[in-house]
Write a protein that binds this ligand. Structure first.
Ligand code: GTP
Ligand code: MG
Length: 464
């Protein structure tokens, strides 16, 4: 949507997703919300007025045709105690796209305008009920891909990130106050500024910014998930592993090497992490045109992997070919998995030695006997989250916020540079501090451009 605010418009939309369901909600916000409702709603028990924040039972009727439209519950939320801080009405109707569309059309006929995506939340932001970081948190709640990312978004909605940013801004303001005092008294500027003390304060705040930026990296894993590529020679059990991780027979498994030709992608959760699992064609030199293309694609897929599982077969000795494949995988974040340890004729010792000589850690499993799979998922989790402990992340910025944090950090680093000079200039320090301050303000939406707002709110669905 264009992030323009048309406060005179009363807006309306279907707020529930399309498809079969028990109820569907139509939301109206703006000055005319109540009067529109009064035109189309007939309470079962007529009342002199519709009490705010109470459900009322009755019927939606078209006053022109006197047509009965639906049996509903309605709630009116008098401003400012509503989502948008405007008068808001919700009509809880029977679900079903055509029914909801009919009620919405009636609402529009009586004077509302169809809302743009995110326009309700945009109003909540413009009317000062939430800041920009909280508006983004609402979108993140709606689109959360894992419970952990949902929890993070809820924390941000409750204002955790905003609090942190405000604290940082207060810190910067008090540093700025010192520097500005020095500008006012140029004779004693160095004493007033107390460079070692300023340096300490700046470093403290840079550390804090670094922590937040680092949290972004961790949070991203939960927010967007990771992609896990299963790679290795033909017939080592890649598709079998894919199936066992998915807990369904998704990929075709046969004893014939070269079974999987194209890659297969499926979503699964590993310890709460959203994971895109990718099974690929076995890597080998081949004359078969289709298989050759599959192998090329398998190698191509490595590039998008957050983690590559290199699967090897305990049933055969490590060979030159294995070294060759290992060298292909090596540059990527990888974990080596020895499969088929159940085979009585196995070369497990050779593999252990081979991998130890390469200084590689590995996990031993048998897909067939369901052995070592829990350990494997744990190791996958550890590899992805680095420290392996499911961190209790308090405050996690999103990409836009992280970029603003990095910009702020950049200015503080420049201020630090200036401080290290023999005669640091208070004017330069003040300028960098102000820049950093305004980068932080951007996070909360106090100085956002139309483009930024447009980008954020266009990600919302209609009705939110
Ligand atoms: N003994 C034993 N056999 C296994 C194990 N895992 C897989 N297999 C067998 O190994 C054969 C190949 O398995 P797949 O999963 O198709 O192997 P793949 O790596 O996907 O093979 P391609 O798609 O040809 O590259 C099948 O006969 C599986 O039943 C295991 O842990 N132990
Ligand atoms: Mg396969």
């Amino acid at each position: 949507m264009k992030p323009k605010f048309y406060p005179e418009d009363t807006i309306a939309a279907i707020a529930t997703p399309p498809g079969r369901g028990a109820i569907g909600v139509i939301k109206i916000s703006g000055d005319q919300a109540l009067s529109i409702l009064e035109k189309i709603f007939q309470p079962k028990k007529p009342k002199p007025f519709l009490e705010s924040h109470r459900f009322h039972y009755g019927y939606i009727k078209d006053r022109e045709s006197n047509e009965f439209i639906d049996e509903v519950l309605v709630v009116y939320m008098k401003k400012p105690y509503s989502y948008t801080r405007e008068d808001v009405v919700e009509i809880h109707a029977h679900s079903g796209f055509f029914n909801l569309k009919r009620v919405l059309e009636l609402v529009l006929k009586e004077g509302a305008r169809a809302a743009e995506p995110g326009e309700f939340t945009f109003r909540a932001f413009i009317n000062g009920r939430i800041d920009l970081a909280q508006a983004e948190a609402i979108e993140e709640i709606v689109s959360a891909k894992s419970e952990i990312s949902l929890n993070l978004a809820i924390k941000n909605l409750s204002g955790k990130l905003s609090e942190k940013i405000n604290l940082l801004r207060e810190n910067l303001l008090s540093i700025l106050a010192q520097v500005e005092a020095a500008i006012d008294f140029p004779e004693e500027d160095i004493e007033i500024m107390n460079p070692p003390e300023l340096k300490r304060l700046l470093e403290e705040n840079i550390d804090e910014l670094n922590r937040l930026i680092e949290n972004y990296r961790e949070g991203k894993i939960y927010r967007e998930g990771i992609s896990l590529v299963i790679s290795g020679k033909p017939n080592v059990g890649k598709s079998s592993l894919m199936n066992i991780l998915l807990k369904e027979e998704r990929a075709i498994v046969t004893p014939i090497p070269g079974t999987t030709r194209d890659f297969l992608e499926e979503e699964v959760y590993i310890k709460g992490l959203p994971v895109k699992l990718i099974d690929t064609a076995g890597l080998r030199e081949t004359e078969d045109l289709v298989e050759k293309m599959g192998v090329e694609r398998a190698i191509e897929k490595l590039k998008e992997a957050d983690l590559v599982l290199l699967l090897v077969d305990a049933g055969s000795k490590p060979t030159k070919e294995d070294t060759h494949i290992y060298n292909i995988i090596k540059p990527y974040n990888h974990l080596i998995v020895i499969n088929k340890v159940d085979l009585s004729m196995n070369f497990l010792e050779d593999w252990r030695e081979f991998l130890k000589s390469l200084n590689e850690e590995f996990v031993e499993i048998s897909v067939k006997e369901h052995q070592g799979i829990d350990l494997l998922t744990q190791r996958i989790f550890d590899k992805i989250t680095h420290n392996g402990i499911p961190q209790v992340l308090e405050v996690v910025p999103n990409l836009r916020q992280k970029i603003a944090l990095e910009k702020a950090k950049g200015h503080l680093l420049l201020a630090l540079e200036e401080l290290k000079k023999e005669e640091p200039l208070a004017e330069i320090l003040a300028m960098e501090l102000r820049e950093a301050f305004s980068d932080l303000a951007e996070i909360l939406g106090e100085v956002s451009t139309e483009d930024v707002l447009s980008d954020i709110f266009s990600r919302f669905c209609i009705g939110k």
